[in-house]
Design a protein around this ligand. Structure first.
Ligand code: HAS
Length: 542
């Protein structure tokens, strides 16, 4: 892609990978504290470390990586960025980075040990929330740049279907824009006035509800760029074609519609929300599983078709035809494979009765380490292995490719140990987000310790994995041999049906999305505001 566009993407990727290193250190220390192996020195708090880990990895790494990746793909598929969109990209980057620096300083000074979910009643310094608000505003500016570039392309190519990558990128940023309205509302209307002391009380339930209105689609904001890789990039790498353009677009449309009005499945144990609304949102949650099942179907179809074209026979002969030694494929593939148990875990979480067993236990931590920290993270690493050299004008050598495959194996082994132990000990009742404690040598709690040790061993593998990853990133950025690394964009299979234009009817999908949100949230939010007992701290909106 164009050099100036490459610079913009690289700037985002670098911040993302610095966050991975810092967040990884926090993660390693945390598993040691949790298993009782160490006590933190210099007055560092467990929750401070936990906040740093969550914010740096789940929020900073993902957001920067995603924006950098999406900008690169938009530039690749719609042509060099126009001056306006590129300027918006840089403006967004600087605003976001200012916010990230403020937020990180607040965490490091222990003024914001409120965890990555930061809803009330935990309270941070107002500057933490101001930093977060800047990150969100910056991401909106970046999103505006992508929307403008997409609109320019549409104007220049009337009546034509937009390139699949850019369609998916715009859908991802649209999802983010609509979702972040919730978190912006709680931060600006509730948390900032409360933390400055301008108001004495805060409606905790409202703050949590607005957070989860954002918190669930947030996970799809992480997932969709990985899906872009699975749908658009992987077919090219394996020498196949995209199974169906319309299926791919439809799955993204369904994510826009169903990923937002489902936040109550994080609040099934929240006493202030009525069963009816929890039931409705759980039903919608089961709808949002459908596009993932469609994605699995499409991936199997792509693998099988391309394998058969290469002469594969029998039911599973195509497995042998996949390019196992290519790190650009192997890392994302392991992400896909792990997404099968990870997604099954999500379906368990979403089931009301089973949620009563696993909520607030280490099972949930196990779930999101498989989803975001494995399926998504491994896919992002796999993207970085070709994207960074493509942007820096270097190549992925055989040696680094091998190292990248070793990195993937370390990651999968570490995560299997850590997340396996988390899932199991969660079922035995071990709470999440607690520093080492034997609860007065209570026998159940003592039984959790071996699993916590297994978590620490897995965590150590993962930390080694992070060091190897950072070595590869630095090598590909500054030391790999100069050359041309391809930007793999797949083509649609010949037998695929023509894509119906309705899938690009943005007004229609945004309209349905807003209608579903209003349906799922208006009455419960009115009830949350009205039902707080008069005079109680929860009564006031802020
Ligand atoms: Fe989740 C909690 C439900 C997906 C992340 N989730 C979390 C939290 C995070 C998170 C971070 O209903 C914790 C939040 C906190 O701090 O409290 N989750 C779901 C459901 C799904 C789901 C129904 N989650 C994700 C994804 C995440 C993520 C994706 C990050 C990226 N989750 C929940 C619920 C909770 C929750 C409750 C709250 C729990 C509580 O009580 O606190 C679904 O979207 C999952 C659908 C996925 C599938 C899998 C499809 C498989 C595919 C791979 C195909 C593989 C191939 C390769 C082709 C149905 C697409 C195979 C090839 C061969 C050769 C074999």
């Amino acid at each position: 892609i164009n050099r100036k566009d490459a610079k913009l993407s690289l700037a985002h990727l670098y911040v993302g990978f610095i966050a991975v290193l810092l967040g990884g250190i926090a993660g390693l220390l945390q598993t040691f504290v949790r298993s009782g192996a160490i006590t933190l020195p210099a007055g560092i708090g467990y929750y401070q470390l936990l906040t740093a880990h969550g914010v740096l990895l789940a929020l900073v790494f993902t957001t920067y990586f995603i924006i950098g990746f999406l900008y690169s793909g938009i530039s690749k598929t719609t042509g060099t960025l126009a001056e306006g969109p590129r300027k918006l990209g840089w403006a967004g980057y600087y605003v976001m980075t200012t916010g990230t620096v403020i937020t990180t300083i607040m965490i490091l000074t222990n003024d914001a040990s409120v965890l990555y979910t930061f809803y009330a009643p935990l309270q941070a310094s107002p500057w933490f929330y101001i930093g977060l608000a800047l990150v969100v505003i910056g991401s909106w500016i970046s999103g505006a740049g992508m929307f403008r570039q997409y609109r320019n392309w549409k104007k220049a190519n009337p009546g034509q279907l937009s390139p699949l990558f850019s369609f998916m990128a715009v859908m991802t940023m649209l999802l983010w824009l609509i979702a972040t309205l919730g978190v912006a509302a709680t931060v600006v209307l509730q948390l900032i006035p409360w933390s400055f002391g301008w108001v004495d009380t805060i409606n905790v339930l409202l703050s949590r509800t607005l957070f989860w209105y954002f918190g669930h689609p947030l996970v799809y904001f992480w997932l969709l760029p990985a899906y872009i890789c699975w749908y658009v990039i992987i077919p090219k790498i394996i020498g196949g074609k995209i199974f169906s353009d319309s299926l791919a677009r439809l799955s993204f449309v369904l994510f826009l519609l169903f990923s937002i009005p489902v936040g109550f499945h994080h609040q099934l144990l929240e006493s202030g929300v009525s069963h009816t609304w929890k039931f409705i949102q759980v039903t919608l949650t089961f709808m949002v599983i459908v596009p993932s099942l469609m994605t699995a179907f499409s991936l199997f179809a792509t693998f099988e078709l391309s394998g058969r074209q290469k002469g594969a026979r029998g039911l599973f002969g195509w497995v042998k035809k996949l390019p196992w030694k290519d790190a650009r494929f192997f890392a994302p593939f392991m992400g896909m494979l792990i997404f099968i148990p990870a997604g099954a875990g999500g379906i368990i979480n979403a089931s009301n009765q089973l949620n009563q067993v696993i909520h607030n236990t280490l099972w949930v931590t196990g779930h999101f380490h498989l989803t975001v920290a494995t399926s998504v993270a491994l896919t992002f690493f796999g993207i970085a292995y070709w994207l960074i050299p493509h942007l820096t004008g270097r190549t992925l050598t055989k040696k680094i490719n091998l190292l990248a495959n070793i990195q993937t194996i370390i990651w999968v082994v570490g995560m299997a140990m850590m997340s396996g132990a988390m899932h199991t000990v969660g079922l035995l009742g071990a709470p999440r987000r607690t520093a080492y404690t034997t609860y007065g040598d209570y026998p159940d709690a003592l039984g959790w310790i071996p699993y916590e040790v297994a978590m620490a061993v897995g965590g150590s593998f993962l930390f080694i994995g992070i060091l190897v990853l950072i070595y590869i990133v630095v090598h590909l950025s500054f030391f790999a041999p100069k050359g041309v690394e391809a930007y793999p964009i797949g083509e649609v299979a010949d037998q695929a049906e023509r894509t119906p234009t309705i899938l690009e009817n943005w007004k229609l999908w945004i309209g349905v999305c807003i209608a579903l949100i209003l349906f799922a949230y208006t009455i419960p939010i009115m009830e949350i505001i009205e039902n707080a007992p008069p005079g109680s701290p929860g009564f006031r909106l802020w």
